[in-house]
Write a protein that binds this ligand. Structure first.
Ligand code: AHG
Ligand code: MN
Ligand code: MN
Length: 333
């Protein structure tokens, strides 16, 4: 049998002089959260967890029951271990400080407990995304401002994909590896070592219903993809849009592609749909570590200095040659 995720991480940590083991402990707690979430997602209607909770989150989105349940699972699995100083989630307005009865650790975590939650009631793949940062030196009571670190400072980023298989894909800045849950054994095992995003692709992913709200460079790029060989490109394109970022990004890691949730004028109050701290940054760390490129169209996503926990950003990521082409179109206007 191949290596378990924990064996893999322990062996990776041994390469780092003076590693305290805290990080391995934290990852163990995250794995435990993902296994519990996989269980609930997998049982669905059998345990009464589908449907709306009737409440709204800080972003004005209606919460599903599972948005709340998975948020709670993630907190409970991670608060007690002594590895974290605070957490921030899509489903909580403010940061979550570690309760007094537990020791505080040196890491911060941001997470999207249930990504693609609009897909959960129709039995389509969903996921969990997380990003680990260092708590600034000397800070014992972190505030939201301690989370305002660019994506380049992430210690680790990963996602769990609850699809036909449950997988965890993660990076600690040393490439990207994928692990599949063996439910009988109860552990994740290395199935996809050293994942690489192919530099070229013939597949694009975007929500076409927003077409009239896009900026000119995205209009131009997508129009060219649709026209294919008849429009001057040397190839024809296919399109996919799951509507769960985890599933769309996983496809890109497996076989290439370009994923776009670009700037649009649909809602003047927001710069894009996806959130920097728990969607765009962790996915960018993973995709860049696999040889892909991630941009807002104008800047590298991981270079942005965050200004808010729930800040939204335009996201264009995936196969290098296609993302660079679309970025170059942004320079032409
Ligand atoms: P979440 O369910 O965590 O709010 O995220 C949904 C996100 C992302 O997963 C996906 O790529 C995108 O929203 C889909 O948006 P549209 O419904 O506009 O296509
Ligand atoms: Mn999400
Ligand atoms: Mn979510």
């Amino acid at each position: 049998m191949s290596k378990s995720l924990i064996q893999f991480i322990i062996e990776e940590q041994r390469q780092i002089p003076n590693a305290s083991g805290n990080f391995t402990g934290l990852l163990n707690d995250i794995i435990s959260a993902c296994k519990q979430i996989a269980h609930d997602v997998n049982k669905g209607a059998l345990i009464g967890v589908l449907g709306s909770a009737g409440s709204e989150n800080v972003q004005g989105e209606t919460q599903k029951k599972l948005d709340i349940i998975t948020n709670e699972i993630f907190i409970k699995a991670n608060e007690w271990g002594g590895h974290l100083a605070a957490m921030a989630s899509e489903e909580m307005d403010d940061i979550y400080e570690i309760p007094k009865q537990y020791p505080r650790g040196k890491y911060l975590i941001t997470f999207d407990p249930l990504d693609g939650s609009s897909n959960i009631d129709v039995n389509v793949s969903v996921g969990t995304i997380f990003s680990i940062l260092r708590c600034p030196e000397g800070v014992t009571h972190p505030t939201a401002s301690d989370f305002m670190q660019p994506g380049t400072t992430q210690v680790c980023a990963g996602y769990a994909l609850y699809g036909p298989n449950t997988m965890i894909v993660l990076t600690t800045g040393n490439g990207v590896n994928g692990f599949t849950l063996d439910r009988d054994v109860g552990d994740f095992f290395l199935t996809n070592p050293d994942m690489q995003v192919p530099v070229d692709t013939q597949e694009f992913a975007i929500n076409m219903s927003n077409r009239r709200f896009w900026e000119e460079p995205v209009q131009r790029y997508v129009e060219e993809c649709i026209k294919g060989v008849d429009g001057g490109r040397e190839k024809n394109f296919n399109m996919r849009w799951v509507g769960s970022m985890v599933a769309d990004v996983h496809r890109i890691l497996m076989r290439g592609g370009i994923f776009m949730y670009p700037f649009d004028t649909k809602d003047a109050a927001r710069a894009g749909k996806l959130r920097l701290m728990y969607e765009a940054n962790p996915m960018s760390f993973i995709v860049e570590q696999a040889g892909g490129v991630c941009s807002t169209g104008r800047e590298r996503i991981m270079a942005l200095l965050p200004v808010g926990l729930h800040q939204r950003v335009p996201v264009i990521l995936g196969s290098k040659n296609e993302v660079e082409r679309l970025v170059s179109y942004h320079k032409d206007v």
